[in-house]
Design a protein around this ligand. Structure first.
Ligand SMILES: [Cu+2]
Length: 429
């Protein structure tokens, strides 16, 4: 009964997001048609609106204050009215998920994301407001089966293992203000509750190379898990191709109550240097101190170091992006654990092919706390079918091959357990 009512709830929630997506697309399409000459006409040597944080193309802006290469294509669509201009993008996926073996599972779930961005000139600078939400909490606090995934909790008592936690209803409510101080230089502040501190590469669902895969990377908590932080303030400087920024934020990961606001706090810090030396490249190095990130290990603090490179280019009439990222978590007290991710996606017309390979050391897959090096390789494809000017239905499939040490093979039913996720999605484009 419980499972059935959960599914019914998820379907209703899914229908609501789909409705919001369609309404958003229609409203934005109307605003676009009424007040804008159209996206193509707005382009001026490849530039549309300004970047959120300074004098660069807004294509560079990914999640939080993170950058991806400037040649990354536009996601979602533009709107403009009464001096405001902005973007809407989002999608909702219905996923059938099968993960093999005794620690796997078979479930259907829906995940979604809707982001609205608005920009306006204000005084000497530019004000940008961002709101992003998801109906992921409707899938239930235990999230979905994902072999080798760890991090956060569903009930405040047991850690989530071999499952991906759902994201929050409110993922980002943030504002930035950027002021130019020289032709190539700007200062900015970013405030979010929730928001994303300057730590790690662009979050997986906001970087072109990762956004089509319905599954989260198993290195999520090594690279980009701080993307929903209930309290963050970032200040930084953009100078030409370089961005230098520092954040003070709430180090605690969201708890199992994912529908509401969580307690505000500022107890952690991070710093990041990003360089986009050419249109096709973005590099970042970042370091952060996370105070008590996991509620079930409240006495453990973590220092996280990440480095990543992203390459993006036009390819065969479409676009191709690849990200290589490394993250190291040093727990105090505890272990020092490394994770590496290599991820690529190529969009050719309405077809997108994507792949991801990861290797990561984890000490939370078994109750003994032994360190295990595990890995996964994923391949997938999604074919979009345009159904309206700004909406497409996509039909996709993802398959994963995992690798666990011989000592853990009994628990997983094999040294190479597998996962498969056929999915259907509705996307603003
Ligand atoms: Cu996340």
């Amino acid at each position: 009964m419980k499972g059935r009512s959960c599914l019914r709830f998820a379907l209703v929630a899914g229908a609501l997001v789909a409705g919001a997506l369609v309404a958003g697309a229609v409203a934005a399409g109307t605003a676009c048609a009424q007040t804008m000459p159209g996206p193509m006409a707005m382009m001026d040597g490849g530039r549309m609106m300004d970047g959120m944080l300074g004098p660069y193309t807004m294509m560079q802006d990914a999640s939080g204050t993170a950058w991806q290469p400037a040649s990354t294509p536009m996601q979602g669509m533009m709107w403009g009215t009464g001096g405001w201009s902005g973007m809407v993008h989002g999608q909702i996926d219905a996923v059938f998920d099968h993960q093999s073996g005794p620690r796997g599972g078979t479930e259907a779930f829906s995940e979604s994301m809707l982001m609205v961005m608005a920009q306006h000139a204000a005084g000497p600078g530019t004000l940008t407001l961002k709101a992003m939400g998801s109906l992921d909490p409707a899938m239930g606090p235990r999230g979905y089966p994902l072999l080798l995934q760890t991090g956060e909790t569903a009930d405040g008592r047991a850690p989530l293992v071999d499952r991906q936690h759902p994201h929050n209803l409110l993922m980002e409510l943030a504002g930035t203000y950027a002021v130019p101080i020289a032709p190539r230089t700007a200062l900015f502040v970013y405030l979010g509750y929730p928001g994303e501190p300057a730590l790690g590469p662009a979050t997986f669902m906001h970087r072109f190379s990762g956004q089509d895969d319905p599954a989260a990377p198993i290195t999520h908590h090594w690279l980009d898990s701080t993307h929903i932080t209930f309290g963050v303030a970032t200040a930084g400087l953009v100078h030409g191709p370089v961005k230098i920024e520092a954040s003070a934020f709430n180090g605690r990961e969201p708890d199992q109550h994912r529908w509401g606001f969580q307690r505000f706090g500022i107890d952690s810090w991070s710093g990041r240097i990003t360089i986009n030396p050419a249109r096709d490249w973005s590099f970042q190095v970042s370091y952060g101190h996370l105070h008590s990130p996991e509620q079930l290990a409240a006495a453990v603090n973590q220092n996280r170091l990440t480095a990543s490179a992203t390459y993006n280019r036009a390819f065969a009439g479409g676009n191709w992006q690849t990200t290589l990222a490394w993250g190291r978590n040093r727990d105090h007290p505890g272990n020092t654990l490394n994770g590496v991710l290599l991820e690529s996606a190529v969009a050719l017309g309405h077809l997108t092919l994507f792949a991801r390979a990861e290797t990561v050391q984890k000490d939370d897959l078994t109750p003994t706390g032994a360190i295990a090096r595990v890995g996964e390789a994923t391949l997938g494809a999604v074919r979009d079918f345009p159904v309206a000017r700004h909406l497409a239905i996509g039909l996709g499939m993802q398959a994963a091959l995992n690798r666990v040490p011989a000592g853990m093979a009994a628990g997983y039913g094999s040294e190479t357990p597998t996962g498969i996720m056929p999915f259907l999605r509705l996307k603003i484009r």
